[in-house]
Design a protein around this ligand. Structure first.
Ligand code: NAD
Length: 480
């Protein structure tokens, strides 16, 4: 398979282009060659977006935008297996989770289809100001223009749609730069949206590496908004380069989960195995720090290790596999180094800790300290730490002791305590009696501190993909 960029519906895939190979992270088989875009192609893609925005998208009525998104949802349902298997091959995500990602992506399209018809504005009571009599003022939410969408490898379909679907719902056009590690589902997605009736020039795909194609895209003068999901270092770079553009940054975290002393641990154990090890921990809200009240610590740890060791590790294409490879060997080696570094400073590896190629065994650590990388930084790997605590005050303080603040989980039967702790956690979102790793596609989602800027969750992204324009009318008779 050989794929390329798609600009105005045309594929840029000539034989003389530089290519990048995509390999299956599990068995290293080559899955595709990707023909890379040049900076010239990028300019063409932005120009095409600019043109299609002014000629077509900004005039397209809401019902048409909504219909296109609904048709895309139906097509994605029909093509579910194809997309799921592609995600398995390019990302190494176990089949059951890849299917789950496609199901969520269908919902994102459906939410966006509905949102397109509900972009409301307001009437301003202008007579509230002295001299404002006989004036009418109202706002309109208008699309921005060209949106640059830059996405990561870990949810290559759904996180791309969290940008593309709201941008279309609002009437924008997009240049889409997917992660170079997972470009195939992106390519299939662009084709699908074109098949659903989206004007070809409204969504242009550019293939390439971050520094070469992403960077000039972020700096391009005709781009009105940059929406990025990815790591903190790249997010910082983008923030610096975006200038006056609107910006959404969905970055990393080291999510805490807190288990108080009144919890039935059986359910929590099963949920937190999934929460820490789904897709080998390569999830931005993966459970990284589990704080357990000291009265439950020993029993929790024992049950947690047992359940973790029961995970089916292997080929992500198998239906039964729970746990597969990391995205590449480099990442698996990096994660292993972090484990060894912590162990050399006194941490205990309760289970896991071994690496074979791209597979790093699900790893549980204890006796960790705040300054170890596996606590202080985003591990983005199948490594979780279990930490005892005594008081509510202490656990809130430790949870907040981070540069990140994306999502947390709090487990307790005491509703007053749950709400008190939720209020005190410095996070974009807090789940009560649910793991930090749980996300629905219709709630506001995004971070505080260095976890990001802005919110996704379709309705909230649509707001961020529009500008509020004011129109006022002087109704005094002598003027009309
Ligand atoms: P990454 O930051 O390495 O890459 C993300 C994208 O940025 C890729 O498309 C890459 O090509 C591009 N890029 C790289 N350098 C660039 C530059 N200078 N200018 C413009 N674009 C550039 O991230 P990744 O490894 O693909 O994904 C993992 C990271 O994503 C983790 O840190 C994870 O926490 C984060 N993430 C966050 C969320 C969220 O919603 N908050 C969701 C998923 C992943």
């Amino acid at each position: 398979m050989r794929i390329g960029s798609i600009i105005n519906g045309q594929e840029y895939n000539e034989a003389n282009r530089k290519t990048l190979a995509v390999h299956n992270p599990y068995n290293q088989e080559k899955v595709a060659d990707v023909a890379l875009a040049t900076v010239n192609d990028l300019h063409q893609a932005v120009d095409q977006c600019y043109e299609t925005f002014h000629q077509t998208m900004k005039k397209m009525p809401a019902y048409q935008r909504s219909d296109i998104l609904l048709k895309a949802a139906r097509l994605l349902e029909e093509r579910k297996e194809d997309f799921a298997e592609t995600i398995v091959k390019e990302a190494g995500k176990p089949l059951k989770y890849s299917r789950g990602e496609v199901d969520r992506a269908v919902q994102v399209l459906r939410f966006a289809s509905e949102s397109a018809k509900h972009i409301y504005s307001e009437v301003i009571p202008l007579d509230a100001a002295i001299g404002g009599e006989n004036r009418l003022g109202f706002t309109k939410r208008i699309p921005l223009g060209v949106v640059a969408a830059i996405t990561p490898f870990n949810f290559p379909l759904n996180l791309s749609l969290h940008k593309i679907a709201p941008a279309i719902a609002a009437g924008n056009t997009l240049v889409f730069k997917p992660a170079e590690k997972t470009p195939i589902s992106a390519y299939m997605l662009v084709k699908l949206l074109h098949d659903a009736g989206l004007p070809k020039g409204a969504l242009n795909l550019v293939m390439g590496e971050g520094g070469e194609i992403g960077d000039p895209l972020v700096k391009h003068e005709k781009v009105h908004k940059v929406t990025f999901t990815g790591s903190l270092p790249v997010g910082k770079e983008i923030r610096k380069n975006a200038g006056f553009k609107k910006i959404t940054l969905e970055l990393g975290s080291n999510s805490p989960n807190i288990i108080f002393d009144d919890v039935d641990i059986d359910h929590v154990v099963a949920d937190l195995v999934k929460g820490a090890f789904a897709f080998s921990g390569q999830v931005c809200i993966s459970a990284q720090r589990i704080y357990v009240h000291k009265s439950l610590y020993d029993s929790f740890l024992m049950a947690y290790i047992k359940k973790t060791e029961a995970l089916v590790v292997g080929d992500p294409m198998n239906e039964e596999t729970d746990f597969g490879p990391m995205i590449n060997e480099e990442e698996a080696k990096r994660a292993k180094l972090w484990i060894d570094d912590a162990a050399s400073k006194g941490a205990t590896i309760e289970t896991g800790g071994e690496r074979r190629g791209t597979i790093l065994k699900p790893t549980i650590m204890t006796n960790v300290k705040d300054d170890m990388k596996i606590i202080a930084e985003e591990v983005f790997a199948p490594i979780v730490s279990v930490i005892p605590f005594e008081t509510e005050e202490e656990v809130v303080k430790e949870s907040n002791d981070s540069i990140y603040g994306l999502q947390a989980g709090v487990f307790t039967k005491d509703i007053n305590r749950a709400l008190r702790v939720a209020d005190q956690l410095e996070m974009g979102g807090v789940w009560i009696n649910e793991i930090s790793t749980y996300r629905q596609d219709n709630h506001p989602y995004g971070g505080v501190k260095q976890s990001g800027i802005g919110r996704e969750g379709v309705k909230y992204a649509v707001e961020d993909m529009t500008e509020e324009k004011f129109i006022g009318i002087n109704l005094n008779e002598e003027r009309s």
